[in-house]
Design a protein around this ligand. Structure first.
Ligand code: NDP
Length: 292
């Protein structure tokens, strides 16, 4: 039976360490500030944004939430982003996705000052990541990397497969794993023989958005499985959260596996706070603490 990777415990520890660093910064009259912008219309986003604000305050940071009407125009949203770019009390800006259809998400993301882009989605940060220049790294892949390093210590030479090629998870994950000396395969909806590709892999990152699509019998015995997926399904008349991996079967074969919930999810918020701390330290010429 594979070991359960406790992302919640890891994330709680990371948040405690971040809170200690925030105290040290506050002693120097520096308070990290994170602003989250949400355009109304997506109920799940409201839950995520409130959770982010709660955690931000828990680690002692300054938290700002801007909620805009669902009919907000692109120009109005860009104005809010510009204001936050110019706000000295704000070190990190996140615009919650998805955005309504009248808004072009790429132009909003690329309007955020790259040094405040704590989601790490700005084209400049993407370019920095792929060219090994110090950058703000997208939170979910960063959290996955932390869990993998904690579990395996050294990823050198491992064969890794990432199922999913999105800009926010799959692609940055690939860059991070290449930097850790993995041999990386990126799979997507057009990949042929996905099962065989997964079977060859020592590390499986599932970021698909299809409930339990990756079957337990596809997993190589002893592999490390990181399930990014968050899918709400109904089972036995009850609402349930499941990942992209068939967890009950996969855990019988895997060396270690993240559960859903309690795996990657809590790491994403912890990494957002980590990135806000990093952005604050950089802005104030303070040493960036190393947590992993
Ligand atoms: P996207 O929808 O942007 O991307 C999904 C990817 O999966 C695409 O590349 C798509 O391929 C691929 N895909 C879809 N169907 C298949 C298939 N049958 N076989 C192989 N590949 C397939 O999703 P995200 O990257 O934004 O998110 C992925 C999952 O992770 C979702 O469940 C999401 O909720 C979750 N998530 C969780 C986070 C957390 O904090 N834990 C944070 C972010 C996301 P193609 O490109 O060809 O269409």
């Amino acid at each position: 039976m594979g070991k359960l990777i406790d992302g919640k415990k890891f994330a709680d520890n990371l948040c405690n360490k971040i809170a200690e660093e925030v105290i040290k910064l506050k002693d120097k009259n520096i308070t990290p500030g994170l602003a989250v912008v949400r355009v109304e219309g997506d109920p799940a986003s409201a839950v995520y944004v409130n959770m982010k604000a709660k955690k931000t305050k828990e680690v002692g940071m300054h938290s700002v939430i801007k909620i805009l009407d669902k009919n907000t125009s692109q120009d109005d949203l860009l104005k809010v982003v510009e204001e936050l770019n110019n706000d000295k009390s704000i070190n990190g800006i996140l615009v919650q996705l998805p955005l309504p259809k009248q808004i072009n998400a790429d132009s909003v993301i690329n309007t955020i000052n790259p040094d405040k882009d704590v989601d790490g989605f700005h084209a400049i940060n993407t370019g920095r990541l792929w060219t090994n220049i110090d950058s703000l790294v997208p939170c979910t892949p960063l959290g996955c990397k932390m869990l993998l390093l904690d579990e395996l210590k050294d990823l050198t030479g491992k064969k890794a497969i990432i199922v999913g090629r999105s800009n926010i998870v799959g692609k940055p994950m690939a860059s991070l794993l290449i930097s850790e000396n993995c041999t990386v395969t990126i799979a997507h909806s057009k990949t042929e023989n996905l099962k065989d590709e997964v079977k060859k892999s020592d590390i499986v990152i599932a970021a698909v958005g299809v409930p339990e699509m990756i079957k337990g019998k596809w997993i190589k015995p002893g592999a490390t499985v990181i399930d990014v997926g968050i899918n709400r399904i109904e089972r036995g008349g009850k609402q349930k959260l499941v990942g992209d991996v068939e967890f009950e079967e996969a855990k019988k074969v895997a060396g270690a596996i993240t559960p859903v919930p309690g795996g990657v999810g809590p790491m994403t918020i912890a990494c957002l706070l980590h990135n806000t701390l990093v952005a604050t330290c950089k802005k104030n010429n303070k040493e960036i603490p190393k947590f992993f």
